[in-house]
Design a protein around this ligand. Sequence first.
Ligand code: GDP
Length: 440
Amino acid sequence: MFNNLSDKLDKALHVLKGHGSITEVNVAETLKEVRRALLDADVNFKIAKEFTTRVKTKALGQNVLTTLQPGQLMVKIVKDELTELMGGDAAELNLTGTPTVILMSGLQGSGKTTFSGKLANYLKNKKTKNPLLVACDVYRPAAIDQLHIVGEQLNIEVFSDKGNNDPVAIAQAGIAHAKANGHNVVIIDTAGRLAVDEAMMTEISNIHKAIEPQETLFVVDSMTGQDAVNTAKAFNDVLNFDGVILTKLDGDTRGGAAISIKSVVNKPIKFIGTGEKMEAIDVFYPARMADRILGMGDVVSLVERAQDQFDEDEARNLQKKIAKNQFGFDDFLKQIQQIKKMGNMKDLVGMIPGAGKMMKDIDIDDDAFKHIEAIIHSMTIEERTSPSVINASRKKRIGKGSGTSVTQVNQLLKQFEQMSKMMKMMQGGGGKRMMQAMKN
Ligand code: GDP
């Protein structure tokens, strides 16, 4: 996420690191680079200029502070200002109303349908919510089918009326259906066009007026940069929406939309989409995003994602197995599958402080576990539970079956053995012993 921007800001802020104090000259030099980095990331010119002016005023005003190094001070000021620019505090959904009605708006392809599913799933996982998805795209039958597929996948009901070409009527019928069937949240997916046009705006505005949603969300593809900001403005003029959803932040986005959108429409970014999978949704926290942009990682979000994916009963079971020396390859496979559910690997690595920068040139992809999974799948049940039985001829067979080599099988066996040892030590509270083992 935002690798290029992070890199450039890091370089810009580095200028100050060697200096003993903040001066007009070195601040100007640094901020010129910061501004260039923001413009390259497709941040609107005016916003970038105002941003650097604010940072400059703050930096020069705090010149008297001697407790921090100038470089650190500048990083802090830039971080605070970036946080502020992106909205300050995280903004929550308004979940009042019985049912709560959430209207999705945005261009075609922005990720509305995908996000409708993600949000429904996110709310369903909150246990107290029983969402209904409503398909209001009357122009593309495929869009209705897509929502049904998403609903089936998530085990969430989808309301649609394929013969009906009045989206207002469908939305109203959907809400009535929700009321009659005990759904306390209704998420209405609407039709988008490839570009802003009057007919689309009239249609979404009519739906909006008729159903008076608690939340109107505008979904936008972050890869579209400044266009994202212009589209947001057009939609906001008509809908006065409540929040923005930025999708595709996992892609090669430059980051301009994330940074500019709040100050242009004065509406908070509420969620981000970070992948095609239904789990790839995150609440947008401006401060955490600022940390990530500045290459400081985002450990809090990483831990939260882990908590969302890891089942406590499973974890207890696992603990018991480790204690009894029964941790096998099947358990290992389960762990890998859980990690994969947490999101794409590049994104996860980017959340570890410093790691994103260190590993930016290393190609980490979601196939990273492919070989490991293939090797484990080629093992028999006995081999998975008691890896010690895997002798030379078995290694050969496993290598062949998984399309890997005996060396790769050996590597995995060795890693597995080390990991099992490490886990056992962690269980015994032997932190010191573990450190020792890692040194060896
Ligand atoms: P809609 O036309 O606005 O309903 O857009 P869709 O939900 O159909 O999404 C368009 C495409 O973008 C689909 O291929 C989705 O899989 C993809 N997509 C949606 N959200 C994300 C995201 O956060 N990350 C990535 N990488 N792809 C996404």
